[in-house]
Design a binder for this molecule. Structure first.
Ligand code: DAH
Length: 332
């Protein structure tokens, strides 16, 4: 019987060598230890033995069973470890492989220009303000000295929502709003934003465009402050050696009024309107024109961008052609 058990053990060990998956191992295990196995039939012989031998015999078989179980267990662990190793090898992550590249966008060129303006003006002590694009007739016109029926309203053909409400035609209404809020204190602000006019779109006109409004109100503010500020803007954007020209002009909300042209090497190009804040505008904003003066300006953002970057069609800013936008990456 002992030899028989030996034999079984050797056979199983031999078979285990060639097994390397769990199913085969389970099959071998039930063949070796299951109901129909040799060991089970040895157990069945148990009853035929003399009583005094039974104890010894049972012990041997049980020990043998345990040895076999351990062999199977060891093999099972080996198979699982091997499987895990393979899985890990397959799933190994190569951290040196370059990542998937996502296309990276950038700030729109007009926003870049606005950011540049903001940097310049913050450096000069200005605050950045914001105003609504859907505006009241009161702020867009009346408080800027353009009462209802004023002929100069015709210069800014508008999109009306109702008789008292429109898409703002310029950023100037922020002047009136800021004066009312500032309650007689000195003011030094700029306000960038979108404005709308009923223009037919062409190379130089767009029904929607951008302006940057500037307003300074205080004591003893003079035209020379305005001129120095305009020169700062020009030098910052177009270079130290650039010249500007102030042309007398007319805006109902400034007196005197000027238009500012930058010399581009061949001709003068208009980039903004400006002037000394009209006494009526100061009064309506809650400032005594005998005590306070101020200057204001309105810059065309597209104009500045076109001049600076040599862009010859305003529609390029708004048609979302990536080939155009890509040329002005940056500002992120
Ligand atoms: N609001 C004017 C326009 O859109 C531009 C302008 C001119 C603004 C003179 C000003 C100014 O603040 O003082 O045509």
């Amino acid at each position: 019987m002992k030899e028989k058990l030996e034999e079984i053990l050797i056979k199983v060990k031999e078979k285990l060598k060639s097994i390397n998956d769990e199913n085969a191992l389970n099959n071998l295990r039930s063949l070796t230890l299951g109901k129909k196995s040799e060991i089970s039939s040895l157990m069945a012989n148990f009853r035929d033995l003399p009583v005094e031998d039974r104890k010894e015999y049972g012990k041997l078989i049980n020990e043998q069973k345990q040895v076999l179980e351990e062999l199977f267990e060891v093999k099972r662990n080996q198979i699982l470890a091997e499987k895990l190793k393979e899985k890990l090898a397959k799933e190994e992550i190569d951290v040196t492989i370059p990542g998937a590249k996502l296309p990276l966008g950038s700030s729109h060129i007009l926003n870049q220009v606005i950011k540049d303006f903001e940097r310049l003006f913050i450096g000069m002590g200005y605050e950045i303000k914001d105003g609504p694009e859907v505006e009241k007739d009161l702020y867009n016109f009346e408080m800027l000295n353009l009462e209802k029926g004023h002929p100069a309203r015709a210069m800014q053909d508008s999109f009306y929502i109702d008789l008292e409400t429109l898409l703002r035609t310029h950023t100037s209404p922020v002047q009136a709003r800021t004066m009312l809020k500032s309650e007689g204190k000195p003011i030094q602000i700029i306000c960038p934003g979108k404005v709308y006019r009923r223009d037919d779109d062409d190379q130089y006109h767009s029904h929607q465009f951008m302006q940057i409004e500037g307003l300074v109100v205080g004591k003893n503010i003079t035209m020379s402050h305005l001129k120095a500020t305009l020169l700062e803007i020009t030098k910052f954007f177009f270079g130290e050696d650039k010249e500007i020209r102030l042309r007398p002009s007319y805006f109902p909300f400034t007196e005197p009024s000027v238009e500012v042209d930058v010399y581009d090497g061949t001709s003068y190009i208009e980039i903004l309107g400006a002037g000394m804040v009209h006494p009526n505008v100061l009064k309506m904003g809650g400032y005594d024109p005998n005590e306070f003066t101020g200057f204001a300006f309105g810059i065309g953002v597209e104009r500045v961008a076109m001049l600076k970057y040599g862009i010859d069609d305003i529609r390029l800013f708004y048609t979302n052609d990536v080939r155009f936008l890509k040329q002005y990456k940056g500002g992120l």
